[in-house]
Design a protein around this ligand. Structure first.
Ligand code: GLU
Length: 476
């Protein structure tokens, strides 16, 4: 049998980077093993319904190149893959649990449960259901069910313990007394996450559950459900938490952790996948750059760490800049297009300047600022080194000679620029720093920056002449 894994998000309207990492690890595992990767939407909490959330989530996964084999819009014999479309199945299994006395109806009011909780907290106890309705007889429960709202709860054994193995965390034992009589069916007729999750993993024939560590405390309840329903559980791997730099749990604020925001801000999917793959998984070498194909080849659950991984936005940005630097001129010119719309460049100018600025940006959204900087005539520089070069004896001659050469040109190209520089150099014996730096300062106001030939081709003859003439006024 082939491995079957799933990514099972609750649609909140956007994809968290932590969710993306879970999806990615499931995807890598499936692709490596020739298995099946399912996207299942866990939308049974009606209070958290967000219109359009599922489409957004699917779109983000698609942009990240994480394609699922079965899921919404890709149905097969095991679907539908949206939990709100599977309610009869959960009812059937909840009914079976009731009939086998593995679950019971609870008629307690929310007021009673609230009061119980406050008392437990005041006594310093862990809050949990006190089992009041466990003793209601099945006949009485059936009669009450016709008149009163109820939930269905898991009947946890009163003593003993449960042991299990997690692929990442090893063997774990939990006493039943620590496990709450979890609500499985809510009074609105919707299952809770716990019931729906187990029922679906069973019927979808999931072989490996790979998910975040925050679900580990739920595992004993899930295993109990498998046992009560007479099913073999899948294998489990709980991934380490993602942390802020102060080691608190990674922020939930959308602005900091939404995948769609990273993409909109000009992070490359390849860079984001590469960075997230390393948050919790250790490739066993010092190598940090991995293509998706390499990740698929190398990934293993055995090399996933137990301890939390710090999400470092600065490192991600650095990695993104390295990915940007690797792009071909054609590729970067194409993908940066939506980011530089407002710069209103012709396609010729875009093709000249974008590759020249490729090494100066960390995200694609930095590009318009870099372009605008070049489009703006510079002020007279005020640092000493720059002023020394501007005031050098040869600079006036240099500028005048350059302006004169420009007058003979229709357009400036990178090649023409280099020829002109050579000419001026030969004719007036100005070379090295004294040749290049004053020209760079006149055109950009800065000592360092992108390739001067490209900048000149970008600015073209008229603008170059204008800037040179303005720079002549800087000379004392
Ligand atoms: N719906 C859960 C979530 O939002 C899924 C947990 C699981 O994978 O079992 O993360």
């Amino acid at each position: 049998m082939i491995p079957v894994v799933r990514f099972a998000p609750s649609p909140t309207g956007w994809l968290h980077v932590g969710g993306l990492r879970t999806a990615l690890y499931n995807y890598l595992f499936a692709r490596q093993s020739g298995g099946k990767f399912i996207l299942r939407i866990e939308d049974t909490d009606k209070t958290r319904y967000v219109p359009g959330a599922v489409d957004k989530l699917i779109e983000s996964l698609k942009q990240m190149g994480i394609n699922y084999d079965a899921g919404p819009g890709k149905n097969d014999d095991f679907g539908p893959y949206i939990q709100s479309e599977r309610l009869p199945l959960y009812h059937k299994e909840a009914q079976r649990l009731l009939e086998n006395a593995k679950a019971y109806r609870c008629f307690c009011s929310s007021e009673r449960l609230e009061a119980l909780r406050s008392q437990q907290i005041a006594r310093g106890e862990a809050p949990g259901y006190d089992g009041k309705c466990r003793s209601i007889s099945p006949a009485e429960s059936n009669t009450l069910a016709d008149k009163e709202p109820f939930v269905i709860r898991l009947k946890t054994p009163l003593s003993g313990e449960i042991s299990f193995k997690d692929i990442i965390r090893g063997n774990i034992t939990v006493e039943y007394s620590k496990i709450d009589d979890q609500v499985l069916m809510k009074s609105d007729g919707y299952p809770t996450y716990h019931l729906a999750n187990v029922v679906d993993d069973h019927y979808m024939e999931v072989s490996h559950v790979i998910r975040g560590e925050e679900w580990l405390p739920s595992l004993p309840k899930h295993l109990l459900l498998y046992q009560y329903l007479g099913w073999n559980p899948p294998l489990f791997a709980h991934l380490p938490l993602l942390l802020n730099s102060d080691r608190s749990k990674l922020s939930k604020r959308q602005g900091d952790v939404a995948v769609e925001d990273y993409l909109l801000n000009g992070y490359l999917p390849e860079a984001l996948n590469n960075y997230l793959a390393l948050l919790g998984w250790n490739p066993g070498t010092d190598e940090e750059f991995f293509s998706m194909a390499q990740l698929i080849e190398l990934f293993s659950l055995e090399r996933v760490n137990k301890s939390g991984a710090v999400f470092d936005p600065v490192k991600l940005k650095w990695m993104n800049s390295r990915y940007i630097q690797q792009l071909s001129p054609e590729k970067i010119t194409k993908i940066v297009e939506p980011f530089i719309k407002n710069c209103q460049l012709t396609s010729e100018k875009t093709a000249i300047i974008v590759p020249a600025l490729q090494n100066n940006i960390q995200t694609l959204s930095d590009m318009p600022d870099e372009i605008k900087k070049l489009q703006t005539a510079p002020q007279k520089p005020n640092d000493d080194e720059a002023l020394t070069l501007i005031n050098a004896g040869s600079t006036r001659l240099l500028f005048e000679a350059f302006i004169q050469e420009c007058e003979n040109l229709q357009i400036m190209t990178a090649l023409k620029f280099k020829e002109t520089m050579k000419l001026v150099q030969k004719r007036h014996s100005i070379k090295g720093k004294l040749l290049w730096m004053p020209i760079r300062l006149a055109l950009t106001g800065e000592m360092h920056g992108p390739d001067l030939a490209s900048i000149s081709a970008f600015l073209d003859v008229k603008e170059i002449t204008k800037r040179m003439k303005a720079a002549l006024l800087w000379l004392s």
